[in-house]
Structures are given as structure tokens and as C-alpha cells.
Design a protein around this ligand. Sequence first.
Ligand SMILES: NC(=O)c1ccc[n+]([C@@H]2O[C@H](COP(=O)([O-])OP(=O)(O)OC[C@H]3O[C@@H](n4cnc5c(N)ncnc54)[C@H](O)[C@@H]3O)[C@@H](O)[C@H]2O)c1
Ligand SMILES: O=C(O)C[C@H](O)C(=O)O
Length: 351
Amino acid sequence: MFAARSALRSAAPLRQGFASSRLFSSSSIVNKNVAVLGASGGIGQPLSLLLKNDPLVTELRLFDVRLAPGVAADVSHVNTPAITTGFSPENDGLKKALTGADIIVIPAGVPRKPGMTRDDLFNTNASIVRDLAKTAAEVAPKAHMLIISNPVNSTVPIVAEVYKKAGVYDAKRLYGVTTLDVTRASTFLSGIAGLKPSEVIVPVVGGHSGVTIVPLLSQAGSASSSVSAGEQYEKLVHRIQFGGDEVVKAKDGAGSATLSMAYAAAVFTNSLLRAVNGESGVKECAYVESPLYKDQGATFFASPVSLGKNGVEDIHPIGNITGEEQKLLEAALPELKKNIEKGVSWVAENP
Ligand SMILES: NC(=O)c1ccc[n+]([C@@H]2O[C@H](COP(=O)([O-])OP(=O)(O)OC[C@H]3O[C@@H](n4cnc5c(N)ncnc54)[C@H](O)[C@@H]3O)[C@@H](O)[C@H]2O)c1
Ligand SMILES: O=C(O)C[C@H](O)C(=O)O
């Protein structure tokens, strides 16, 4: 078991600083407290297990409206250092779970069923995320907030508005987790290119739903030449953009991606922990408040960002892109703008 764990940790990324393909890497360990809200769900349970296995997590707080103490009791028997505790809503459980948190990961909310878009989840998940964010703003305003709950394009702006209203907003510490798009792009393209997935890193920019997901296949190093245009290129782009639908369909009414999402969130959390602990050169794609396409109304935008001790240190421009990618970007921006405005205006009407 120990050999397997250290092998996982030592898998090196192909391109310097871009870490989306490795679990787990540790630098010097500083105490870090991670809270998972929605910990008993399809994502929450495997994510909690993966975080318990991350050597950089020293304390793990698991909160859910149901079953969290049971999940925590189970996970706590894994013989890794993270002290694991479960919290229910009773007796101020949410506040207790969040007090002292350095990182808060939120997969709370309902998943899609076949035929639904992520936006169809808005009515249920907007208020779940708003309420969790209100308590986080009160008791753990400096924690890094990682939002998984869909529709991410709208839930992240909702959290930003809640934090602004509470007077504690720090754009550098709020992230929509889009790592699953990067993970899928790597898996699908490496399969076509005949390369190891760990050798194929594809930046995915824009947002996290359908046409707002823009894979920059031209920036995937040597794998790029495997699919540059034509039918195969279009099919691959479509598969990356609608990978979530593929899982929703295959699960046939029982939910959406959970295991791959838990993996992706654990990778992103580990990258952030390493950066917060002082490691330099940590880079991930994430959906953050961004100047890149602000003039077109996309005040939030996913792109490669450098992470540091205080969160987002640098938001990188998307660089040179092809004509096809430019068209994808042009299709993404108006939809993204609409999704962001929906979140912002909803929270103004439903504070
Ligand atoms: N960002 C991404 O790439 C990505 C990928 C997959 C899924 N998702 C989204 O993640 C969310 C969760 O998916 P899932 O499959 O784990 O769903 P799930 O229904 O299996 O689990 C959700 C959990 O949230 C809990 N919950 C509900 N309200 C809560 C509240 N107020 N406080 C705390 N916990 C609460 C539920 O009790 C449940 O345990 C969905 O919105 C889904 O669309 C996002
Ligand atoms: O597709 C979904 O609804 C879940 C998630 O956003 C995904 O990309 O798998």
C-alpha cells in the first residue's frame, strides 16, 4: 500500500507547473484544515476519502444535511494523519465545521438527470450554495472557496455576491472547479494520440457547461497534431464539451459524474494546498473572477492560473489560438455572460 501511495505522489507532470494529472504531491507539511460541504453525496464521499489520503490535509471536516457523521466515522479509520470529524446541521454543525477551515470544497446540491441542462439545477442549487456561502463568509471569511455545485458558471458569481455583501470578498480565494474538463480532455486526446494521459495536458478555458467549455487542443504539445481540424477534431471538441452528458446518460437517472469529479477536485485541492504551503510554479485551470474577457461581460472566466500562498497569483491570457478555437470562444462568451448575470441578479433579488 505504501509503495502504491508514494508512486502516486511521485508522478511528475509533463509541462512545468501544470499539475492536473497527478495525485498526490507533497512539499513540506503545514497544518491545513479542509472542510467538505455535501460530504455524504456521490462526489462528497469519494472526495472525502481522497482528501483523507492527501498528506497535506491535517484536518478534515465533513458536513452534510444527512449522514455526515457516518461518512466521517468510516473515513476516519483510514490510517493517514488527517483528523476527520463529521457534522450535521443540528447544534450549529455548519459553523463548527467551518470554523478554522483553510479550504472549503462545496459539492452540495442536486445533480442532473438525463434531458436536463446544468442551468436546470439553478433553482435548487442557487439557494443551497448561497446559504452555505453566507455561513462561510461569517465564520471562515479567509478560507479558499472551491465551488463544484452546478451550474458552476452561475454559482461562483453567487458566492462572490454573498461575500461582497458581507464585506469579505477576496477574488483571489474563490474558484469554480473546472479540473474535470481538463481531466477529460487529457483522457480523450491521449487515447487518440496513443500517448500516456499524464503526458497530455490540454488547457480548457471559458466556463463549465456545453459550449462555454473551450478546449485549446492546439496547446496540447505533441498530441495537438493528432487532431487539428475536420470531423475528428469536431467530435473530440464535442466530447469534451458534453462529457458530462455522456456520464449522465450512462448513469440513466442515477446522477452525474461523481468518481472522476472527486478525483479532479482532489487534484485541484492538492495543487492549492501545495501553493498555499509555499511551493512555487503551481498552475491549474480554474473559473475565477478575471479581467480577460470582462469587456464582453464574462467577468468570470476559466483559464490557466498560477496559484500562490494567497490563492490566485496570476491569471494567464489564453495565448495563441487557432481559427476554430476562436470560433469556440466566440460561441462561449455570450452564454457565459448570460449565466453570470443570472447568478448576480438572482442573488440581488434573493439575498
Ligand atoms: N464542477 C463540476 O465539474 C461538477 C462535476 C460533477 C458534478 N457537479 C455538481 O456537483 C453537485 C453534487 O453532485 P453529486 O453527484 O455529489 O450529488 P448528490 O446528490 O449525490 O450529493 C449532493 C449532496 O449534497 C447534500 N446537500 C444538499 N443540500 C445541502 C446543504 N444545504 N448543505 C450540505 N449538503 C447538502 C446532499 O445531502 C447530498 O449528500 C451537483 O450540483 C452536480 O451537478 C459538478
Ligand atoms: O454533467 C454534469 O451535470 C456534472 C458535471 O458538471 C460534469 O461535467 O460531469
